[in-house]
Design a protein around this ligand. Structure first.
Ligand code: HAM
Length: 420
């Protein structure tokens, strides 16, 4: 029996890779333009980094982490998200000493042991964006505007930005108390998970998919009615700044997010056509995370885009990274010529391809067609004798003779401006 990939872990094949490159290249363009710096974080972290930041009573920490003991017996986790690692790195490298404000991003795989389905995988990829050191609502609106702008540069429109405020620990305390009382009064209708978690983490019940819990939660008290003056003003500021940038949004007072570090602003971008896993990106503010992880009292806000989900939303366009040039050679001498020439083109960054097997000219042309080569250079015995190769434009179905010494320059100049 052949060995298959682990469930929930996927290969990204050459036919798909252009979508990934497009997402990554466009993200770097947009984020670099907005003053963000890329950084890289390790795939593994100490388990406690995630349990302390995401929260012990969350789905991620309770059921979804890939945690194991290494040879030393230390508990190590494959990162399920990037925010905690970015905060750890910010603290560990004392990035705040230069300036408390840091605008950072990271692109890479995350790991969660979830039940795989459309848009949900065990290894998935995120574009993660974090801003440390700014508490003003301006930055909340700005990161959301950047996110929506990025999506629109990819032709992904029709997504809805949903926002909410979860308040600060001060206003959340009485809210949680009232929510707990409400849940206790309805505990018979709740699923065992929500019943178990309602004392420590009553907000989780908003995200529960069980029908009984959903019915109960339609009448649950909402955090918006408990916001303290400062949190209410902050949220009003976020909305006003979004409006000043013409970024459409909808307040969703039931959005609580599945990670415990959030304070005040939270947001999700909901896309049509993704089925049950319809959040293409999500994020929020976390004003105490850095301090709780042992750093200074620096606030933070950020979001992560689910790349697999975004790829499902990309407008369908045929795209194929074929060679720019296929050199079809007939006869041993011509093949030697083609081999050397192709190497020269490759050194110059031109995707050039030859046939190594000495097939017939017809078979080589079929291959050039199959790989959708932009140009084909034909070198046969006749061409060697006359000192001219035939250069065929495959898109225009036109060909012309080019003297050997000019072939290199001619092909390069034709490809210039187009993709090499
Ligand atoms: P999250 O909501 O857990 O937030 O994940 C963000 C996005 O990652 C989701 O909206 C979704 O698009 C994608 N995603 C999550 N799990 C999966 C999965 N199993 N398969 C495919 N895609 C998935 C965070 O991770 C926070 N760290 C976001 C953040 C950054 N908050 C502040 N800064």
């Amino acid at each position: 029996m052949s060995v298959k990939a682990v469930r929930g872990f996927s290969d990204i094949l050459p036919s798909e890779i252009w979508r990934w490159r497009l997402l990554e290249e466009r993200a770097r363009e947009v984020l670099d333009g907005f003053g963000f710096s890329e950084m890289r974080i390790p795939i593994l972290e100490r388990m406690e980094l995630f349990s302390r930041s995401i929260g012990e009573e969350t789905d991620i920490v309770e059921k979804e982490m890939y945690t194991f003991a290494d040879r030393n017996g230390d508990l190590i986790t494959l990162r399920p998200e990037a925010t905690a690692s970015m905060a750890r790195a910010y603290i560990e490298h004392k990035m705040y000493a230069f300036d408390p404000v840091a605008k950072l991003y990271f692109i890479g795989p995350m790991f969660r042991y979830e039940r795989p389905q459309k848009g949900r995988y065990r290894q998935f990829h995120q574009i993660d964006v974090e801003v440390f050191g700014i508490s003003q609502p301006m930055i909340d609106a700005e990161v959301m505007a950047i996110l929506m702008h990025y999506l629109s540069t990819l032709g992904v429109n029709g997504c809805e930005l949903q926002i909410n405020s979860l308040g600060c620990p001060r206003c959340r305390l009485p809210y949680k108390e009232d929510l707990r009382t409400f849940l206790r009064d309805h505990s018979l209708q709740l699923c065992p998970d929500c019943r178990r978690r309602m004392e420590k983490n009553p907000l989780r019940a908003f995200d529960c998919k069980a029908q009984g819990c959903q019915e109960v939660m339609t009448d649950a008290p909402l955090v918006e009615d408990y916001l303290c003056r400062e949190c209410a003003d902050h949220f009003a500021g976020v909305k006003a700044y979004l409006e000043s940038m013409d970024v459409p949004y909808r307040v969703n007072p039931r959005m609580v997010r599945g990670l415990d570090y959030y304070t005040r602003t939270t947001f999700e971008v909901i896309a049509e056509g993704l089925g049950a896993q319809n959040a293409v990106a999500a994020g929020g503010r976390y004003d105490h995370l850095i301090e709780e992880l042992g750093g200074p009292g620096v606030p933070g806000i950020g979001f992560a885009i689910g790349m697999e989900r975004l790829i499902l939303l990309l407008p369908d366009q045929a795209h194929f990274y074929g060679p720019s040039l296929f050199i079809a050679a007939l006869g041993e001498e011509a093949q030697r010529e083609a081999f050397a020439l192709s190497y020269r083109f490759n050194l110059a960054g031109v995707r050039s391809m030859i046939d190594y097997e000495g097939r017939s000219l017809k078979a080589q042309m079929r291959r050039a067609n199959k790989f959708r080569a932009r140009y084909v250079l034909i070198i046969g015995e006749d061409e060697l004798r006359t000192g001219k190769a035939i250069l065929r434009d495959m898109e225009k179905s036109k060909q012309q003779e080019v003297p050997f010494p000019s072939v290199f320059k001619e092909v390069i100049s034709r490809l210039k401006g187009g993709s090499v």
